[in-house]
Design a protein around this ligand. Structure first.
Ligand code: ADP
Ligand code: ADP
Ligand code: ZN
Length: 213
């Protein structure tokens, strides 16, 4: 089964993808995580994308489509969760073509509906485990009191350079201009389901499970 999690920054895509990986053994393909890896590695591509990401703009379609293509080749046969990809109509078309090339199809596109007012606190309260990437939130999913990651026991937690109000504004603008048209695109294809992303993490998981089963 291959699915897309669609929604603005902070909607809860990564959180739900991690739960699907743990509960169903699916493979999470987060272009945001791949791009952050590329930055860390200091490659030519990493240097190019760093500024773009910090500004809150979208990285070029060519770069992210290339990243996804590599992963689809490497992880054949698994069920994929596309998290943060596609973000443009061009990426959506490219994904359709890539899946077809691999004899696969898209089973569901899940739109996580949230209102913008909730996103500032979601984004400014976010941190992740430096070892395993588990997503936490200062208020709604705090790091355990012993200071250890509940998943891997790691003790270092990071905040993203782009998780500030200024960059969020630009990321939201990019979302409305370039990504939100995908809601209509997948609706017209008959692939779209929507869930209430403002519900608790477990309630959202339940709603997603209903769509998938
Ligand atoms: P969020 O969790 O806030 O939705 P991501 O981690 O998915 O953010 O992405 C962080 C940044 O990486 C984006 O603001 C953008 O610059 C870049 N990025 C990630 N995925 C894509 C994509 N599919 N197309 C273009 N840029 C992307
Ligand atoms: P995205 O990948 O869509 O940008 P994340 O999964 O990283 O979103 O979630 C953004 C922040 O909101 C994180 O700090 C996460 O712990 C928190 N969060 C995610 N889902 C919920 C939810 N349903 N209720 C409350 N907080 C949530
Ligand atoms: Zn961890």
């Amino acid at each position: 089964m291959n699915i897309i999690l669609l929604g603005p920054p902070g909607a809860g895509k990564g959180t739900q993808a991690q739960k699907l990986v743990a509960e169903r053994g699916m493979v999470q393909l987060s272009t945001g995580d791949m791009l952050r890896e590329a930055r860390k590695s200091g490659t030519e591509m990493g240097k190019i994308v760093a500024d773009v990401m910090d500004r809150g703009d979208l990285v070029t379609d060519e770069i992210v489509i290339g990243l996804i293509e590599e992963k689809l080749e490497a992880e054949k046969g698994a069920g994929f969760i596309f998290d943060g990809f596609p973000r443009t109509l061009k990426q959506a078309d490219a994904l359709g073509a890539l899946l077809e090339k691999h004899g696969q199809k898209l089973d569901a596109v899940i739109e996580m509906q949230v209102d913008d007012a909730a996103l500032v606190s979601r984004i400014t309260g976010r941190s992740t485990c430096g070892d395993c990437g588990e997503v936490y939130h200062d208020v709604t999913k705090p790091i355990p009191a012993d200071g250890k990651c509940s998943k891997c026991g790691g003790t270092e937690f990071k905040r993203r350079a782009d998780d500030n109000e200024e960059s969020l504004k630009q990321r939201l603008m990019e979302y409305y201009k370039k990504t939100s048209p995908l809601i209509g695109y997948y609706y017209a294809k008959g692939d779209l389901s929507s869930v209430d992303g403002l519900a608790s993490i477990d309630e959202v998981s339940g709603a997603i499970a209903k769509v998938l089963d």
